[in-house]
Design a binder for this molecule. Structure first.
Ligand code: B12
Length: 267
């Protein structure tokens, strides 16, 4: 006998009528039943979790099409808490599922607060990926898959315009510095905190960043340093220069504290 639930049992477990389950399966491919020798569908515990997850989204006000899109057709068990999400993404990295990694990052942004997603899921994810890469457990290609999935989602968030009631900040990575994901997260958090952010990204000549900050009458020029030390800082009147990132030995900790510290520069 093939293990698994038939549609009636799946319906009892999830409280969703069999007709509705069939419709969701056909229209949105959200279930992946196996077949018995006689061609009967058999559903797994993962299917139960996927239906329950969809029902939670419907209760939150998502339409079924949107919720199904978010759930995706990849063979992943949907995650709920931030901790679950982090573990699910790491599992997808282990099983080498690039599509699932992107999907889970999208789910994280849809289901959690942006700050929570950045601080409790993406920052620890990237740090863990770095450690695994250093220990030789991940190839450079695997690390790139994760950082690209993160970078493209952060790019979308960065594209949202901000009003800048608190002040203007120009953010750039030091010359030669390619680590920009931390700075992107900071840019998103500062925008949400009411700053106008001009984000210049990786490997920026500091004189050019300083000139732009001056022209924009920015309060702060933030420079991110991870691996490439800054030889010399530009001199700027009326613009506070703040070095941050792991290579600067400053502001390497939580996003919330960093955002708080930045407020003092606009005062
Ligand atoms: C992704 C990644 C890459 C990607 C970067 C992609 C991208 N578009 O950004 C790529 C593949 C390019 C890369 C390249 C390299 N990498 Co790399 N990389 C990483 C990894 C896995 C994640 C980095 C990250 O995004 N961290 C997450 C963010 C959230 O943390 P964060 O940067 O600290 O930022 C937070 C704070 O510091 C703060 N902050 C950051 N900037 C600023 C600025 C201001 C003004 C303020 C106030 C605050 C602030 O706010 C952020 C949010 O809280 C790390 C592992 C790790 N431990 O971080 C290795 C890591 C940083 N890389 C490392 C290395 C060695 C390299 C390479 C030299 C490898 C090589 N041989 O080529 C190159 C160097 C490239 C270069 N010239 O910059 C080492 C660095 C070791 C060291 N200390 O010297 C690490 C630690 C991996 C490891 N465990 O060994 N890397």
């Amino acid at each position: 006998m093939t293990p698994g639930l038939n549609i009636a049992a799946l319906s009892r477990r999830t409280g969703v009528a069999p007709d509705t389950l069939r419709k969701w399966e056909q229209r949105y491919q959200i279930l992946q039943p196996t077949r018995t020798a006689g061609g009967q569908r058999r559903y797994s515990e993962r299917d139960v979790a996927r239906v329950e997850w969809l029902c939670e989204r419907l209760r939150e006000g998502y339409r079924i099409g949107e919720a199904a899109n978010l759930l995706g057709t990849a063979e992943v068990t949907p995650a709920r808490t931030a901790r679950d999400h982090l573990e699910a993404i790491l599992d997808a990295v282990d099983t080498g599922e690039p599509a699932a990694i992107g999907l889970l990052v999208d789910q994280a942004f849809a289901l959690h607060d942006v700050d929570e997603t950045l601080e409790q899921i993406l920052a620890p994810l990237l740090r863990e990926i770095g450690e695994r890469w250093q220990r030789g457990e991940l190839t450079v290609a695997e690390e790139h898959v994760v950082s690209e999935a993160v970078r493209s989602r952060l790019g979308h968030l960065l594209a949202d315009a901000g009003w800048g009631v608190r002040g203007t900040v120009v953010l750039a990575c030091a010359p030669g510095e390619r680590h920009e994901l931390g700075l992107m997260m900071l840019a998103i958090a500062l925008r949400r905190d009411g700053w106008k952010v001009t984000y210049l990204g990786a490997d920026t000549p500091l004189a050019d960043a300083a000139e732009l900050a001056r022209r924009q009458s920015a309060q702060v020029l933030g420079i991110s340093v991870t691996t490439v030390p800054v030889e010399e800082l530009p001199s700027l009147e009326d613009v506070q220069i703040v070095l941050g990132g792991p290579g600067a030995g400053a502001y390497t900790g939580g996003l919330a504290e960093t955002v708080n510290a930045m407020r003092s520069f606009a005062a």
